[in-house]
Design a protein around this ligand. Structure first.
Ligand code: PMP
Length: 316
């Protein structure tokens, strides 16, 4: 199994992978009432480091609050420590970290009142999400026939398991149609985001991305906005129409899994040169430097897996 590791952190304990089981009658499995995170650890000169771990744990807490199951049985600090500890016991370096908050008891009356919630965390060795070639050549996308959620229907700020059925429908349609990724429009027909990424375009040297309402506020999006502004780019968060994508010089997507990847083609129309454009390439390199601890300006976004050992070594 590609996701196999030695241990899983579950309900406060580190247990063998094979023992991390939930009962068939777990209401979250039936109604999609769980919330999760997708986090990554990268190799750096000082050993593996997790990118924006505190932000991800906070978003997990926020997602739970949005779903209405606030009051996790562990503090954010405990969950933060649990993620780092789990990477250490599994002896992982570049890996994906998946915390999931689920309803352990209750929830059968389609409500989140009087439920008991708990948390599990898995880590697995990371392999490239969209393929090595995607970095240079970009990927092909289509506009999905499925619109993105209206924020008052599914709460797009929450990384809620049930929300992802919308992504699964769009991505499956896309893959069956021979594309690599789906762009989703919001219920008003404007560009929203992709199935697991936020979206950007570049026109005449200006970088645009869609506004925060109606999308998941991605940390890769925020990182790229910050880095691009720091590099002196003009960056705008504004409503984007489908045809603005078609005539853009470059379009690219951002996400923890995908990182920064150009869209070479949208709905059978070549975008720019049909390869990764210069702005996207510059931001790909900048992002790679940040996550691998090569840019001191953004060191605060990295949490080292062996930070205690690093501190101890400093002391002697
Ligand atoms: N939008 C959606 C729907 C996502 O699932 C993700 C992945 N978490 C993103 C955007 C990008 O978010 P991030 O950069 O924090 O991974």
């Amino acid at each position: 199994m590609a996701f196999e590791s030695d241990f899983i952190w579950m309900e406060g304990k580190i247990i063998p992978f094979k023992d991390a089981k939930l009962h068939f009658l777990t209401s979250s499995l039936h109604y999609g009432t769980a919330v999760f995170e997708g986090i990554r650890s990268y190799q750096t000169e000082s050993g593996p480091a997790v990118f924006r771990l505190k932000d991800h744990i906070k978003r997990l807490e926020d997602s739970a609050a949005i779903l209405g199951v606030a009051g996790l049985p562990y503090s954010n600090d405990e969950l933060y420590d649990a993620c780092l500890e789990l990477i250490r016991v599994n002896k992982m370096e570049e890996c994906y970290i998946r915390p999931l908050v689920y309803i352990k008891e209750g929830g059968w009356n389609l409500s989140t009142t009087n439920v008991t919630i708990d948390v599990g965390i898995a880590v697995w060795k990371w392999t490239n999400y969209l393929g090595e070639k995607a970095l240079l050549n970009g990927i092909r996308a289509n506009v999905a026939t499925y619109p993105r959620h209206h924020p008052n229907i599914m709460m797009t700020k929450g990384k809620i398991a049930g929300n992802y059925v919308n992504s699964v429908l769009a991505k499956s349609e896309s893959l069956r149609g021979g594309f690599d990724e789906a762009i989703m429009l919001d219920p008003y027909g404007n560009v929203s985001e992709c199935t697991g990424e936020n979206i950007f375009l570049v026109r005449k040297g200006v970088i645009y991305t869609t506004p925060k309402n109606g999308i998941l506020e991605g940390f890769t999006r925020d990182t790229i906005l910050t880095v691009a502004r720091d590099k002196g780019y003009e960056v705008k968060e504004e409503v984007i129409s489908r045809d603005q994508l078609y005539i853009a010089d470059e379009v690219f997507v951002t996400g923890t899994a995908a990182e920064v990847i150009a869209l070479s083609e949208i709905d059978y129309r070549k975008i720019g040169t049909g390869k990764t454009g210069p702005v996207c390439a510059e931001l790909q390199q900048a992002y790679s430097d940040v996550i691998h601890g090569k840019n001191p300006k953004y060191y605060d976004w990295l949490d080292y897996v062996y930070q205690d050992e690093m501190e101890a070594n400093k002391a002697v």
